[in-house]
Design a binder for this molecule. Structure first.
Ligand code: GDP
Length: 361
């Protein structure tokens, strides 16, 4: 049934890499996420994407459908990609775990007309500080004067079918961005010229409006994850969950709840959890685990359904007493068969290691 989101099943399973989208305001972060979701849904089959709390899961088969011949699902064993729905570097910088970033990989969106702007620099600083691998989505390529739309095609193909003037106009903008990256000591190139994505950042020309480059973007993300992050994606599915608070909010009928992302293990509906808070971390019992109801089943005001467990990597809304002091960015840990005080120490230590910012964007 749809209640069973724990598709990654066995111990030693590989979880879905978590992807964040960053960049300057108006450069197209929201539009790009919408386009990725839209392309997935357009592919038709049920289960093309799964809307979680605060995130969207795009399974490998759907990525493969969107990417066409660019992705052969047999080449991959990671289950897909999980996109954090709230774009922006503020939410990103607070979503830190284990001294790194919650996101395993990031898309830095840069408007080809606008180049690097203050929040682009800020985003890059956060990526450098957290050591998060990223690719650059050079967005709005459809706005180059004279652009001839090739909706949803790979951008390499779409660019080849433009006039020489449009192509050189676009190239000029793209090399401007590559130059700006190199002045920050980042070696970057067009993604199709990058051999080693660990030492070079790939630039993917895209349009969040007409969809050119979305297939290549997903392909590069998937390839990068598979090639360089497979070891980190190996999780203990049956173990006690580790996660991060995305948001603390009131949910009708449940009082104060936390929306979080689980990136390791499993959380169950009767677990004791520790949630990072100041001055003291919260120790509480889960009252309910909630996930969005599939769209077709939403009746009356029942937006969420209760599930018995949630496994990494997924979003979940947790209802429990005493969550008022929980903070965005703070750790969530299931106690299970450990000493509660040990887990509290762990959470306090982690909280001390990260700076949890509480101001708004
Ligand atoms: P965000 O602030 O980074 O999330 O940016 P938005 O996604 O809200 O986009 C800002 C504006 O740029 C909106 O009006 C979008 O419709 C527009 N936009 C975003 N991406 C593209 C694109 O690829 N092409 C064009 N023509 N417009 C875009």
């Amino acid at each position: 049934s749809d209640n069973d989101h724990t598709t990654e099943g066995e111990p030693g399973a590989l979880r879905t890499p978590i992807v964040a989208v960053l960049g300057h305001v108006d450069h197209g972060k929201t539009s790009l996420l919408d386009k990725i979701r839209g392309s997935a849904v357009h592919e038709g089959e049920a289960g093309a994407i799964t809307q979680h709390i605060g995130s969207t899961a795009v399974p490998l088969d759907t990525i493969s459908d969107i990417a066409g011949e660019l992705v052969d699902p047999d080449d991959f064993d990671l289950p897909g990609l999980l996109y954090i729905d709230t774009p922006g570097h503020h939410s990103f910088s607070t979503l830190r775990s284990r001294g790194g970033a919650l996101a395993d990989i990031a898309i830095l969106v840069v408007d080809v007309n606008d180049g690097f702007q203050p929040q682009t620099h800020e985003a890059m600083d956060i990526l450098a500080r957290t050591g998060t691998p990223f690719i650059v989505a050079a967005n709005k390529i459809d706005t180059v004067p004279g652009w001839n739309p090739e909706p949803n095609r790979p951008s390499k193909v779409a660019i080849e079918s433009q006039s020489d003037r449009v192509e050189s106009d676009l190239n000029e903008r793209l090399y401007e961005i590559i130059g700006q990256l190199s002045s920050k000591d980042i070696s970057a190139d067009m993604y199709w010229r990058v051999q080693d994505f660990q030492s070079n950042v790939g630039v993917v020309p895209v349009s969040a409006e007409t969809g050119e480059g979305v297939p290549d973007l997903l392909t590069v993300l998937m390839g990068l994850s598979q090639r360089y992050m497979k070891d980190e994606m190996a999780i203990d599915v049956g173990g006690p969950a580790a996660g991060t608070v995305l948001e603390v909010k009131d949910t009708q009928g449940f009082g104060t709840t936390i929306d979080g992302v689980i990136y390791d293990g499993t959380i169950q509906a009767n677990d004791t959890i520790v949630v990072g808070a100041k001055p003291n971390s919260i120790v509480t019992e889960v009252r309910a685990l909630l996930q969005p109801k599939p769209l077709a089943e939403i009746r009356s005001d029942e937006e969420f359904e209760q599930v018995s467990e949630v496994a990494a990597a997924e979003g979940v809304k947790i209802a429990a007493p005493d969550l008022d002091d929980a903070m965005a960015g703070a750790p969530i840990r299931v106690v299970r068969d450990r000493d509660t005080s040990d887990v509290v120490d762990l959470v306090q230590q982690e909280l001390a290691d990260i700076e949890v910012s509480t101001d708004d964007d």
